[in-house]
Design a protein around this ligand. Sequence first.
Ligand SMILES: C[S@@+](CC[C@H](N)C(=O)[O-])C[C@H]1O[C@@H](n2cnc3c(N)ncnc32)[C@H](O)[C@@H]1O
Length: 214
Amino acid sequence: MLRQSRNRPDNWAGNLYTKYYGGKKARREFFDALAAWHHPERVLYPGSFIHVTASFVFPSVVYVDIDRNARRFFSETDAVAALIEKNKIFPQKPALVFHGTNYEAAIDEAERSFDLLISFYAGFVSEHCRRYLKIGGILAANNSHGDAGLAFINSGYEFIGVLQRRGEQLRVSEDNLDAYFESKKEVNEEALRKLKRGIGYTKSAPAYLFRRVS
Ligand SMILES: C[S@@+](CC[C@H](N)C(=O)[O-])C[C@H]1O[C@@H](n2cnc3c(N)ncnc32)[C@H](O)[C@@H]1O
């Protein structure tokens, strides 16, 4: 019987994806909700780790992460391509790029060239990567690390919507936006940056949407 080498387990990349993003952990509904509302041609996902679920929904995604396992994952191109092929909802061949780099430094991508910037659990992406978004492009950020709160006070962005649950489904809502980002206690920008996690707001959402205005 053939035995797998200890260092090269069968489909290491597929197994790693299942470990971190199997089933509901994939949070695919976030991308489905965004795609139902907006059709971005180019998507940038800094601090993505191996969350290639975005490529199940969007045909062209650029991932950025400094993590060693993320680098190894994306180097296993056949396994990653097979994973996407099995799950994707669009007919064309997916376009996928990975930069194993710090997103706070320069990313080898043209400025103002992306339609959607994703910021999930990965620090202040809104700030460091705004320059890669087209004017009019969309930032989708959660507030786990305080990035949505920071984007809200950034004059380069306009707050335009939230992802909210309606029954079973996550959907974009553009209603009643004045109710969001009302903080329970007084905080300034400096405190937000230091904290590196979201503060309590009277009304919250799983993710917030902003348009780049400058
Ligand atoms: C908690 S994980 C979140 C992964 C993914 N966004 C998700 O929602 O599942 C945070 C990831 O961000 C990456 N990260 C944090 N700061 C980064 C930076 N400055 N440059 C590149 N990657 C970064 C980490 O390496 C890690 O893989």
